[in-house]
Design a protein around this ligand. Structure first.
Ligand code: TA6
Length: 291
């Protein structure tokens, strides 16, 4: 197993000097940081970089850097009641620790509740993110209720994919699936729900009751990315387009044209309820090929 393309994870630092790990397997090289268990890069041996990271991303000590696969937990978007609470939960700005690492390119990072997390969300939990590089990139988020009262939570793997040109990208597999659009300036005429999703305006849709296979096609790059999931009932499709991108932090000039987010999630009416001692797992497997 331990040849030059498949090895134990090695310690690295990211662009901000924050500690992380590099995993090399037949499916390429993955770099992640311990802050937020954030996968920042996946270089595929044939297709190159799969994940978008902004050239303007912040790598400050507790910054949620824009791009890669940020981990959203335990709420999605803005906190329902507290304006001071961080968007998309606190997991992406908490330091994870290494829980287990194998002889091959696989690692499990974990986060459990602390005084800081309980001040924002009063529950005892263990969140474990396992990343493995085989021919595919597989990511599993397992959340356990370690307390003595039930709780609800939301979660997402907020994947930013490089598409070359968003105008030439499409998402397949969500035809006919109900969704809610929350873009402030969406396309003028509503999309045909029987067609694959294309992009011509700000898009910020939550799809519910999604199938376990969705595909992102990037014609500009002659690339398909297959997202296979287990335990994910929601998917979010997002691109900020021109006006929102201009108002956003950590996004440079025309970078909005270079990515699409297709997020694997359980949110809103599909949030997860966990009894004491119970564990919920959400798995995402990414496969890249030519069109
Ligand atoms: O998942 C889509 C979304 O919630 C958008 O509404 C959007 O603004 C985005 O995620 C990025 O959020 P962030 O907090 O990372 O700037």
């Amino acid at each position: 197993m331990n040849d030059s393309s498949t090895a134990r994870p090695t310690a690295i630092t990211d662009a901000g000097g924050r500690p992380g790990l590099e995993l090399r397997g037949p499916g390429g090289c993955v770099r992640m940081t311990l802050l937020g268990a954030h996968v920042q890069s996946w270089i595929h041996p044939e297709h190159g970089e799969v994940l978008f990271m902004s050239a303007d991303a912040s790598y400050a000590e507790r910054a949620a850097s824009r791009g890669g696969i940020p981990l959203v937990f335990p709420w999605f978007g803005a906190h329902a009641e507290r304006k001071d609470a961080p968007a998309h939960g606190f997991a992406r700005i908490q330091p994870f620790e290494v829980a287990a690492q194998g002889d091959g390119p696989s690692v499990t990072l974990r986060l459990s509740d602390t005084e800081d997390t309980r001040a924002l969300w009063p529950h005892a939990f263990l969140a474990e993110l396992t990343v493995s590089v085989a021919e595919t990139l597989a990511i599993t988020l397992a959340v356990t209720n370690t307390g003595d009262a039930a709780f609800d939570f939301e979660e997402a793997l907020h994947s930013y994919f490089v598409v070359g040109d968003v105008h030439r990208a499409t998402v397949h597999g969500l035809e006919g699936v109900p969704h809610v659009e929350s873009a402030s300036a969406p396309q003028e005429s509503p999309p045909d729900p029987s067609e694959p999703i294309g992009f011509c305006a700000e898009t910020d849709r939550i799809y519910q009751g999604v199938p376990d296979r969705i595909e992102l096609r990037a014609r500009e790059l002659d690339r398909r990315i297959e997202l296979g999931t287990r335990g994910a009932r929601s998917a979010i499709v997002w691109n900020p387009w021109i006006a929102k991108a201009a108002a956003m932090s950590q996004l440079q000039g025309d970078e909005w044209q270079q990515f699409v987010c297709v997020e694997s999630a359980n949110c809103r009416e599909n949030r997860v309820s966990l009894e004491p001692g119970a564990t919920h797992s959400m798995e995402l497997t990414l496969r890249v090929s030519s069109q």
